[in-house]
Design a protein. Structure first.
Length: 284
């Protein structure tokens, strides 16, 4: 006689002990669950399947007659029919698939954002900056201010104000003039990337030019007390006409040693140039 027992975890929190008795000579069969008879059959001497429900879930006991006349037995849960557990299982599979898809989508979006933020093509960025320096892009005017020890520039883009941190400038502009909160400069930004902008430090707006001009006049007058204020003014106007804002910077830093392009050597080259020497006679 074959005697088997299976332990089945119940989907409602119960545990079922399913037992089977099969007389191999008589073929009589009994299947019971928790000491309760589930089915009885007689003369079972061939392969045969039986079905029954536990917690509204379909289970199947399979009797298989082997070639040598012996029998093997199995009990399986039918996961194909429409049942509460199978519906939940399919729903869980769908939910898992959607969670995986949503997770992958989120990872993809984050990867794209990360790439745009941190891996913007250097060549493309350099090309945009070169174009801005050459006069392309949208013209604007920036105003600079300080926050937490860093210099920032703000400028208007359509109806919004962009606020962008400037490279480390210390307390001076690239021309060497001292920076002050509220200084304003001509600039251009890229319409496709509005936080990418170029400040034209040499093309000074009138108010900024006036401030730098007054600073330079004070320096030049102090270093050359032998000339009149009219001559100071005339010489600076000539430097501005010949060399633009860079000319003013050379006069402002005429005592500076070789720290930058605007120093004593640059000043001497300017004032010793033939054109300056010819035209400075008008200042006498």
């Amino acid at each position: 006689m074959a005697q088997l027992q299976w332990t089945v975890p119940g989907f409602g929190g119960k545990t079922y002990l399913v037992g089977l008795y099969h007389g191999e000579d008589s073929g009589h069969l009994m299947v019971h669950c928790n000491n309760k008879v589930m089915l009885v059959d007689f003369g079972v001497k061939t392969s045969k399947d039986y079905s029954f429900f536990l917690d509204e879930e379909l289970f199947e006991v399979k009797i298989i007659q082997e070639d040598n006349g012996t029998y093997s037995y199995s009990m399986v849960h039918n996961e194909e029919i429409d049942s509460p557990h199978n519906r939940r299982r399919e729903q869980d599979k769908k939910s898992d698939r959607w969670r995986i898809i949503a997770g992958l989508g989120l990872v993809l979006v984050m990867a794209i954002v990360f790439a745009l933020m941190y891996f913007r093509a250097p060549a493309q960025q350099a090309t945009l900056l070169t174009g801005l320096a050459e006069g392309r892009g949208v013209a604007t005017q920036v105003s600079i201010f300080q926050k937490r020890g860093r210099w920032y520039a703000n400028y208007r883009v359509d109806n919004e104000v962009e606020e962008v941190v400037l490279p480390h400038l210390g307390d001076r502009s690239p021309l060497g003039f001292p920076l002050a909160v509220g200084d304003q400069f001509s600039a251009r930004y890229a319409p496709t990337d509005t936080d990418l902008f170029f400040i034209d430090w040499h093309n000074l707006v009138p108010a900024q030019l006036e401030r730098y001009f007054q600073l330079t006049m004070a320096v030049h007058a102090e270093l050359h007390p032998e000339i009149s204020s009219r001559q100071v003014l005339c010489q600076l106007q000539l430097a501005l006409a010949l060399d633009g804002a860079a000319g003013l910077a050379k006069f402002y830093h005429q005592e500076r040693e070789r720290e930058s392009d605007y120093n004593k050597d640059a000043y001497l080259r300017l004032v010793r140039g033939e054109e300056f020497k010819q035209r400075v006679k008008e200042c006498l």
